[in-house]
Design a protein. Structure first.
Length: 740
């Protein structure tokens, strides 16, 4: 641990020294040396952005159709953000888009938002002043971005002084995403002009803006050319760099895990620390992968790509070969249920996995469970596939050779299969529930010799079913989604004549059920039900009268599942959420966990695989980026001073600086209005260490220092601490590390 802290400290010292070098060399800017005129903006003004789109059609009122899109036909950055940007080509069922005013506004808003995540950077830097199209059939499909931009650089109507000029093209040859023509002033004759594709406009603009500031690709061993016209070095991050950021070169597929479909937890490398395994994909035949997220003592994760699987959908963890380490089984299928297969990944004990494909040609593979189904002492797999409506039993012979047995229900499809002894005869039976489109719940009675008899429970249940003794009579009842959450009572013989409606997602505004978990989450000795819906996660808490009342835990978009697990050492249940929403602007996490405080509150959110690219690998890199950005803005625009008397536009808590620290660090925060403020320091057990602020403060840019002492004035020990701000309805929590 000490060695880890020393590495972080060394990186911090190196980067801070480099930042000082940048500031020292500002006076050597060639623009100053050559006495070139510069435009200075008023301190309270935003930097004007002009976005110009290249068109190959003379009618500039028409949109520009994407023809050679790098990301294919799905313009996911703008779905639902700019709904008028899409149209459907029904001849091949592809979606196409073109850039427009809405996209230009969104791009600039996203630039401001992402840059505001950097330490001490304003929430509003740029503003869109104009969007227009240029008729240029030659450069519309140019294979050479620099040659193209050199022509525009000489055109004063395009490269206007005083603006950040951004050129958009929708059909770049050679998959060219972005080009920065000059790493110089954006406001004089050497304007910084960028060229990007429309789907990735916010991402690429910020990447190219990083080059304007002088940042290299962090995955390359290269020197940094600063805006000051001098050259310094920043240590490259060795690849693969699996903390995605805007300065990666580009964003390596090994290091990006968007669109999570499922996640499970277990200690995959035997180090005593919980890890995660995830399946992520758009499920349209691209970008799919299974990944191992290795946990550490700091509560962070190192991400490892296990395999590319285009339609990765589901994971289940267990020791399949009984060698003492955890393997995992998978289901892969696309959203159209036109293909699918089942696999298991053998763990060598150190987190190196080998795939074994067990059964192919199962369209819509949607369920997999790890269990000794036949009671012979080795591990079998029970699978379901809704595309072909099959239950697939993969029976292990003891040396991981699996014999396949398929069962086709007479009613419904097979979305999920679970296992339990329903009639109490000592044999494991199968509980099968249909999809949201084919709503059936059945159980398949085992005779102990591999044969199963089908019994219908309900024709109105879907997505998930969990066998559990809810009424305490020693037989397994079944909880499933229907239009409502429903409990089906077992009479002991596998007859489910009685049922009870437990609650409805609509009671808290949630719909389209995804996954169930049953757990005593509030510690009152009776079980509660956690239900994931497409737009939120609800907790149905059981009261003393065995009634369930729903509470909203998290509201989102395109949620696929939730997983209750204890992520830290505070003995409180936390919740992992998988979410596909690429446009959740206030929280750019795909896979994250909500921290429980033991009082049925899950307000604090921790990213696992953040989409936030400006993390720049470490908080130190992010701090340096922010300092360089501020220096650049202040130098070229006389803009953005953290001590400015102007009022910030929103609440914000910044990362402490320096971090790690010894023994003093500064916490900065923004208050857009007069408010009562409380800033507290906690240890990882949640115990209060120090109250830094607890009074009414006026609006403005604020800061407070901590000298690593507790409320009694005693020095605290080295380690990780949390600091939390409460200001009105605003709350935020961040981590910091004290070195000794």
């Amino acid at each position: 641990m000490k060695q880890y802290f020393m590495v972080l400290l060394g990186l911090m010292i190196t980067l801070n020294a480099q930042t000082m070098l940048i500031n020292d060399r500002v006076v050597n800017d060639p623009i100053i040396r050559n006495n070139n005129p510069r435009t200075l903006l008023d301190r309270n003004e935003k930097i004007p952005v002009r976005i110009l789109e290249i068109s190959n059609m003379e009618d500039l009122s028409e949109g520009v159709i994407i023809e050679n899109s790098w990301s294919g036909s799905y313009s996911q950055r703008y779905l639902f953000v700019c709904p008028d940007s899409m149209y459907l080509d029904s001849s091949n069922w592809n979606y196409w888009s073109y850039f427009n005013q809405c996209m230009a506004e969104y791009a600039v808003e996203e630039m401001n938002l992402q840059l505001s995540y950097l330490p001490n950077v304003s929430a509003e830097i740029f503003e869109l002043v104009s969007y227009e199209r240029i008729f240029d059939p030659v450069n519309y499909d140019s294979p050479d971005g620099h040659t193209m931009l050199s022509q525009y650089h000489a055109d004063s109507t395009i490269n206007t002084s005083g603006s950040l000029n951004i050129i958009i093209t929708n059909s770049m040859a050679n998959n060219l995403l972005g080009t920065t023509y000059l790493y110089q002033d954006a406001v004089d004759q050497n304007g910084a002009i960028l060229i990007v594709e429309s789907e990735h406009t916010p991402i690429v603009i910020i990447h190219e803006l990083g080059h304007v500031l002088g940042f290299p690709h962090l995955l390359e061993d290269s020197e940094q050319i600063t805006f000051a016209g001098e050259t310094i070095s920043i240590d490259a991050i060795s690849g693969p760099n699996c903390e995605p950021n805007y300065m990666s070169s580009w964003i390596d597929d090994n290091c990006s895990f968007p669109d999570p479909n499922a996640v499970k937890n277990g200690d995959m490398n035997g180090d005593g620390i919980m890890d995660l395994v995830s399946a992520s994909s758009r499920r349209i035949g691209s970008s799919g992968k299974f990944a191992w997220h290795e946990g550490n003592e700091m509560g962070d994760f190192t991400h490892h790509l296990i395999s590319y699987t285009p339609d990765a959908y589901l994971v289940e963890i267990g020791d399949i070969d009984l060698d003492g380490d955890l393997d995992f089984a998978t289901a892969a299928s696309d959203i159209f249920d036109s293909n699918g297969h089942f696999s298991w990944y053998e763990n060598d004990g150190a987190g190196v996995f080998t795939e074994h494909i067990l059964s192919e040609n199962h369209p819509g593979a949607s369920s997999i469970k790890i269990i000794d189904l036949d009671g012979d002492g080795d591990i079998d797999l029970v699978c379901g596939s809704k595309g072909d409506s099959n239950i697939t039993l993969l029976i292990n012979d003891g040396i991981e050779t699996f014999t396949e047995q398929n069962i086709t229900p007479s009613q419904g499809d097979v979305f999920d299969v679970t296992i339990g002894d329903i009639n109490g005869d000592g044999n494991l039976d199968l509980i099968v529930v249909g999809s949201e489109y084919v709503k059936t719940l059945s159980w398949f009675e085992s005779n102990g010799s591999g044969s199963f008899t089908e019994h219908l429970v309900s024709d109105h249940a879907k997505v998930a079913a969990i066998p559990i003794d809810m009424d305490g009579d020693d037989d397994l009842d079944i909880v499933s989604f229907g239009d409502r959450l429903t409990l089906f009572y077992n009479d002991g013989n596998g007859v489910f004549a009685e049922s009870l409606e437990l609650g409805w997602g609509w009671d808290v505004g949630y719909y389209n059920p995804k996954e169930l978990s049953i757990i005593d989450i509030d510690g009152d000795s009776d079980v509660d039900i956690m239900a994931a819906y497409m737009n939120g996660v609800a907790l149905f808490r059981q009261d003393a009268g065995n009634l369930f009342s729903p509470d909203s835990i998290y509201s989102g978009a395109d949620i696929n599942n939730s997983l209750p697990v204890q992520m830290n050492d505070d003995n409180h249940w936390d919740i992992i959420v998988s979410e596909h929403d690429a446009y959740h602007i206030d929280n750019d996490n795909d896979l994250f966990w909500l921290e429980g405080d033991g009082t049925n509150s899950w307000e604090i959110e921790h990213g696992i695989t953040e989409m936030l690219k400006l993390s720049l690998n470490t908080s130190q890199h992010g701090a340096v980026f922010g300092e360089i950005l501020n220096s650049w803005l202040d130098y070229h625009y006389n803009f953005l001073n953290i001590n400015d008397a102007s009022i910030p536009g929103r609440y914000k808590l910044f990362q402490n600086h320096p971090n790690p620290f010894n023994p003093i660090t500064t916490l900065q925060y923004d208050l857009p209005e007069d408010v009562n403020v409380k800033i507290m320091i906690y240890d990882l057990m949640g115990r209060e260490v120090k109250t830094l602020v607890n009074n009414q403060l006026s609006a403005g840019y604020k800061s407070v220092s901590w000298n690593a002492k507790n409320n009694l004035g005693q020095p605290v020990s080295a380690g990780m601490y949390l600091y939390r701000i409460s200001a009105g309805d605003f709350q935020s929590v961040k981590k910091m590390v004290l070195l000794k």
